[in-house]
Design a protein around this ligand. Structure first.
Ligand SMILES: Nc1ncnc2c1ncn2[C@@H]1O[C@H](COP(=O)(O)OP(=O)(O)OP(=O)(O)O)[C@@H](O)[C@H]1O
Ligand SMILES: Nc1ccn([C@@H]2O[C@H](COP(=O)(O)O)[C@@H](O)[C@H]2O)c(=O)n1
Length: 268
């Protein structure tokens, strides 16, 4: 069991598709010298493996039986995050339309979630022990994967804003039409929010940030400020408890001194 460094910070960023989780998390982690984990990439990677290995993604039992077979490895450098499946770079293939349309069905299978959740927790524990901490983004990080995270953020944005962002990304590549993009986002969110196991949800203690009217830079700034506030609160608490301990020590020393004094007085 790894022990977290006293100053390590764990940040959970959740929210629906296209709210800016990946862009924000990567930038915040880079600015603050933290590691970064894209958990959606892991669910995409296992989905890609199922597709390339002929597993029927409409058959939860078949998915459950195969779930333990692929070896998924995530690199957590925010400047160059990586994802491999059985040693192969999967960063390109996991972003295809086919994977995007099937990932919600695969990620809803409980056996898949158990395996990927364990993997995510071990990556977060390693980052807390060996680095200054990590920003983990996904759908259920604050609620299920890391319920004790130091800071939980839930990003939202209107479906229109999210579709416009995604269409902007696709322009010139797949020329996706805005309405179709919007419908696809809403459908994926509904599937992710409606599944039984660990659905997309805001944790009760998460800070909600509506990004509809904010630029990406404003969102990054907002999250950086929240992390820094949290770190200073924690540092003040540690300082307070150390002061308390040293005050206790001096109070203890004082009472020991007066006990000695009175013993000495009695001895005279
Ligand atoms: N506040 C913002 N204003 C404008 N564009 C934004 C904002 N936040 C993110 N974007 C852009 O929107 C697109 C989607 O962002 P991103 O991939 O970070 O979202 P996401 O929540 O991780 O999505 P998904 O869950 O589908 O992976 C990107 O092109 C990104 O640059
Ligand atoms: N914690 C998570 C993260 C993701 N998923 C599933 O993966 C899909 C792809 O996620 P992206 O962030 O890459 O778009 C997402 O639609 C979910 O089905 C998840 O279940 N839990």
């Amino acid at each position: 069991m790894e022990t977290a460094a006293p100053s390590a910070v764990i940040v959970a960023i959740d929210g629906p598709s296209g709210t800016g989780k990946s862009s924000t998390s990567k930038a915040v982690a880079a600015k603050l010298g933290l590691r970064y984990l894209d958990t959606g990439a892991q669910y995409r990677a296992i989905t890609w493996w199922m597709i390339t290995n002929g597993v029927d993604t409409d058959d939860p039992q078949a998915i459950a039986l195969a779930a333990g077979k692929p070896a998924i490895v995530s690199g957590t450098d925010p400047a160059a995050p990586t994802i491999t499946v059985d040693g192969l770079d999967a960063s390109g293939p996991i972003r295809t339309q086919e994977v995007t349309s099937k990932v919600s069905a695969v990620s809803a299978v409980p056996e898949v979630r158990t395996l990927i959740t364990d993997l995510q927790r071990s990556i977060a524990a390693e980052a807390a022990a060996e680095a200054d901490g990590i920003v983990v983004e996904g759908r259920d990080i604050g609620t299920t994967v890391l319920p004790d995270a130091d800071l939980k953020i839930f990003l939202t944005a209107s479906a229109e804003a999210r579709a416009a962002r995604r269409s902007g990304e696709l322009r010139g590549k797949e020329a996706a039409d805005l309405a179709a993009t919007r419908e696809a986002l809403i459908k994926r969110d509904a599937a992710d929010s409606g599944r039984k196991t660990s659905p997309l949800a805001k944790a009760g203690d998460a800070v909600e940030v509506d990004t509809t009217e904010l630029t990406l830079d404003q969102v990054i700034e907002c999250v950086v400020t929240l992390v820094e506030e949290r770190r200073s609160r924690d540092a003040a608490q540690v300082e307070g408890s150390e002061r308390g301990t040293s005050e206790e020590h001096s109070a203890g020393a004082e009472s020991r001194r007066s006990a000695t004094d009175s013993t000495e007085r009695r001895a005279k």
